[in-house]
Design a protein around this ligand. Structure first.
Ligand SMILES: Cc1cc2nc3c(=O)[nH]c(=O)nc-3n(C[C@H](O)[C@H](O)[C@H](O)COP(=O)(O)O)c2cc1C
Length: 337
């Protein structure tokens, strides 16, 4: 059915289309009957799809990537679409409006999106009161630095947010890789990352529950920078890596896109994100969540083959629709016999 709906959605401004789709998912998730209908249409339940990572069992390897449900309003509807996990957020310490619009652009000929959202979200005080758990589906919370927080004080934000979400989050993702918050990606550099992870790991170790900590990385890091990040992650007991966020590279896109601010996701990111996962898998035994340009079941299989334990989707859902989750899970079952 999505091929029929997509042209209508694509006629709308992308941010409006996003709000509409999230609202539909939210409404459908509120009602037990529509939830059942969604499950019947989209969910694929099979024990053979289960995977274990960072001490948790996931009903299947396919997750919703961060940024779609930043405010944790659509959890039960999203769960009914068959995801094994949802990564909510990015949430910040204080509510913020994000960057000026337009900040979301579709490039349909390239199956790509460029976004410069800048973490618009309701802030942790509001988001922590929402129901972000759905039975059977894991919920991770992705946390980020507020726009106003200077880089030298960034660790305070991450520690503060960790303490606020650890009770309910199945895992916490540290987002230091969005290109749309000034200087955020500098946190990936060795001189900042070691201090940041040390502070966050110390705060985590003082909590009554050892919540898994994941680090989300940018695809634009060099191998030497990845090695530094891995060393800091390993030294501080990080439990997993999420690779990758959007890219600032415009490779494979026409030159006019240089003038559009933000990070690219979707098809132009596929090869880079795959190579990134393959590189990580050679360098570390930490579990990897593969994300970036997974547009088809074959892309998903390739990402798992490259070494990902879990995968996540965002732009693929915009172009292929929610049926992609089930199609990927079917392909995994078929391949594994
Ligand atoms: C509109 C939009 C908003 C996003 N917001 C976030 C965010 O808040 N936090 C985050 O860690 N990643 C965010 N991302 C990045 C995605 O989680 C994902 O890493 C990236 O889009 C690559 O995957 P994809 O090619 O499947 O979209 C966003 C992506 C898009 C397209």
């Amino acid at each position: 059915m999505y091929p029929l709906i997509r042209p209508l959605l694509f006629r709308l401004d992308p941010e409006h289309a996003h709000a509409l789709s999230l609202n539909a998912v939210r409404m459908a998730g509120r009602n037990p009957v529509t939830r059942l209908v969604l499950r019947a249409l989209f969910d694929l339940h099979d024990r053979r799809l289960e995977v274990k990572a960072f001490g948790l069992t996931f009903r299947n390897p396919v997750g919703m990537a961060a940024g779609y449900d930043k405010n944790a309003v659509g959890v039960s509807g999203l769960a009914a679409l068959g995801f094994g996990h949802l990564e909510l957020g990015t949430v910040t310490r204080f509510p913020q409006v994000g960057n000026p619009k337009p900040r979301l652009h579709r490039l349909p000929e390239y199956k790509a999106v460029i976004n410069s959202m800048g973490f618009p979200n309701d802030g942790i005080d509001v988001i922590e009161r929402r129901p972000w758990q759905a039975p059977g589906t894991r919920a991770g919370m992705n946390v980020g630095k507020s726009k106003e927080t200077v880089i030298e004080r960034a660790a305070d934000d991450y520690v503060f947010l960790l303490r606020r979400v650890y009770r309910r989050a199945d895992y916490v993702a540290l987002n230091i890789s969005s290109p749309n918050t000034l200087n955020l990606r500098q946190l990936q550099a060795r001189e900042h990352l070691e201090g940041l992870l040390k502070a966050v790991a110390a705060a985590r170790d003082a909590l009554p529950r050892r919540v898994p900590l994941l680090l989300k990385l940018a695809p634009d890091l060099t191998e030497a920078e990845i090695d530094d990040a891995l060393a800091a992650a390993t030294a501080n007991g990080i439990d997993g890596l999420i690779a990758t966020n959007t890219t600032i590279n415009r490779k494979g896109l026409p030159s006019y896109t240089v003038g559009i601010q933000g990070g690219v996701s979707g098809r132009p990111l596929t090869a880079r994100a795959n190579a990134f996962v393959a590189y990580l898998a050679r360098q570390t035994t930490l579990p990897i969540v593969g994300v970036g340009g997974i547009m088809t079941p074959d892309d998903a299989l390739a990402r798992l083959d490259a070494g990902a334990t879990l995968i996540q989707l965002y732009t693929g859902l915009i172009y292929a629709g929610p049926g992609l989750v089930r199609a990927i899970n079917k392909a995994i079952l078929k391949r594994n016999g």
